[in-house]
Design a protein around this ligand. Structure first.
Ligand SMILES: [Zn+2]
Length: 217
């Protein structure tokens, strides 16, 4: 694991001017999953320790269309803001990760079960005989290695993601919380992430006893 590295033929880099500032866009084709992913590099990160990093799983509905049923779009924006504020960092955008790896059609099918039958994000997947999480974080590890990053501070609430990156050889020096505001629309999803998937979401402590009104938080 982690032996296969990204080769130069599978990478293209250019400056990318964005509303937040100028990033280095590093597009790469992963040798194992075959998807084309994107790393956005801000400031100096080569050979650095404790680089602020977000490894973000693609969510078309949340990232592009600002859907409020998940907090993906909020996390993406907050992570980019934090990187710019820190003066350097990397956002790795992983394709093929829709619905924790089940794909876009299947993800929207789980939304039907969530909306009509009240199932949560976990049960709606298993009810369809779909895996709860099949994401492979190997591509993120490989691009961080390609970028010569020595160690990272990972913006995430998910310990499993840290373990996955470490299993691919990434040194995770610290976890930086990335807490999205709870709303009427995402609260059930956030609580399921906390209670079913073990994410660290201390800002939801007010909802420990089945209270589902974010106005109480
Ligand atoms: Zn999402």
């Amino acid at each position: 694991m982690g032996d296969l590295s990204i080769s130069d033929e599978d990478v293209a880099e250019a400056d990318l001017v964005t509303r937040r500032g100028t990033f280095r866009s590093v597009a790469f084709r992963d040798p194992i999953d075959g998807h084309e992913h994107l790393a956005l590099v801000y400031g100096e990160t080569k050979m650095r320790e404790n680089v602020l990093v977000r490894v973000h799983s693609e969510c078309v509905t949340g990232d592009i269309f600002d859907a409020m049923r998940c907090e993906c779009g909020d996390q993406l924006n907050a992570a980019l803001d934090a990187i710019v504020q820190a003066g350097s960092g990397v956002l790795v955008y992983l394709r093929g990760h829709e619905g924790r790896g089940i794909g876009l059609v299947a993800k929207v099918r789980t939304h039907v079960l969530q909306d009509h039958d009240g199932l949560d994000t976990v049960d709606s997947a298993t009810a369809l005989d779909l895996p709860v999480d099949t994401r492979d974080f190997g591509p993120a590890a490989r691009v961080l290695k390609y970028l010569d990053i020595q160690s990272i501070r990972l913006m995430s609430n998910n310990s499993d993601k840290i373990h996955a990156l470490e299993s691919h050889g990434v040194t995770v020096a610290a976890r930086v919380p990335l807490l999205a505001q709870a709303t009427d629309h995402n609260l059930r999803y956030l609580i399921a992430k906390r209670d079913r998937l073990g994410h660290h979401l201390p800002h939801l402590d007010a909802f420990s006893h089945g209270r589902l009104d974010p106005a109480d938080a």
